[in-house]
Design a protein around this ligand. Structure first.
Ligand code: ADP
Ligand code: MG
Length: 255
């Protein structure tokens, strides 16, 4: 086991086991390290944001945590247990990880309720009850028997969130989840999403290229550039004490 690249995680002055910890992962494509010695962690009930410009390696990092891509070096831990190194690998479906992407892709031929129940196991009635409970949380229970195309973009996004949360994942991975949404809707949906995730006490790794989104949603920001984490800390600190001129430029850029 590699020594953690980060100091012990603290919450309220106590040492805590991170829900997710990535240690020193690397991923090479055609001889180039597109993810280069990345270490980061997410504490229970918190949002860590991987923030950086397009092409810096954010999605590749997320895919390795999801288990759909394998790192060439380093380890990934959930609740202190190894889930993946370069030889051992827990398959994606057994990682208790929920996913949300920009293209949230509800199944068009399934009702809203069946979309939310899709990944659940157990008797039909039980799955429907759980779907209804989650739809209630996102204030869409009245659409349980409707189809995705009958809902607005923002509503579909909330269904996608309900679907991702239905199996009670330990960790939610979100890759630019709000980029496809109308500007007018985005802030409201960001806030709703955040409060729902906090209610469920889900640990979130959020990927975005928008500083504003990171500032609004993150408990911790990891600033990424050319495959490496160049700065990590509380949003206020990262924003007010940028590590170098490129970080200043990145934060002042209106994306
Ligand atoms: P981001 O999500 O930050 O925009 P990505 O993780 O998608 O960045 O990509 C990081 C870099 O890795 C990019 O230069 C991209 O072109 C490259 N890359 C991603 N996937 C592959 C792949 N399967 N084969 C080769 N290069 C890849
Ligand atoms: Mg990406």
């Amino acid at each position: 086991m590699t020594q953690s690249a980060l100091p012990p995680a603290q919450a309220d002055g106590h040492e805590v086991t991170p829900r997710l910890e990535i240690r020193n992962i690397r991923r090479f494509f055609e001889g180039r390290a597109v993810v280069d010695d990345v270490s980061l962690r997410v504490l229970p009930g918190q949002v860590t944001c991987l923030l950086g410009p397009s092409g810096c390696g954010k999605s590749t990092t997320l895919r390795m945590v999801a288990g759909v891509e394998m790192q060439d070096e380093g380890e990934i831990y959930v609740d202190g247990k190894l889930i993946c190194d370069t030889v051992f690998r827990v398959p994606p479906e057994r990682r208790e990880i929920g996913l949300m992407f920009q293209d949230f892709a509800l199944f068009p031929h399934l009702s809203v309720g069946d979309n939310v129940a899709f990944g659940l196991k157990g008797p039909k009635e039980q799955k429907r009850a759980r779907a209804r409970e989650l739809l209630d949380r996102v204030a869409l229970a009245q659409y349980i028997d409707d189809y995705p195309h009958q809902l607005s973009g923002g509503e579909q996004q909330r269904v996608a969130l309900a679907r991702a949360l239905a199996p009670s994942p330990k960790i939610m991975l979100m890759d630019e989840p709000f980029s496809g949404l109308d500007n007018r809707l985005r802030d409201g949906i960001r806030d709703e999403t955040l409060s729902l995730l906090k209610e469920e006490d889900t640990a979130v790794l959020l990927v975005t290229h928008e500083p504003e989104e990171a500032m609004r949603m993150a408990d911790e920001i990891a600033l990424m550039r050319d495959g490496r984490i160049v700065q990590q800390g509380a949003p206020y600190n990262v924003y007010t004490r940028p590590v170098d001129k490129a970080a200043v430029a990145f934060f002042s850029d209106v994306n």
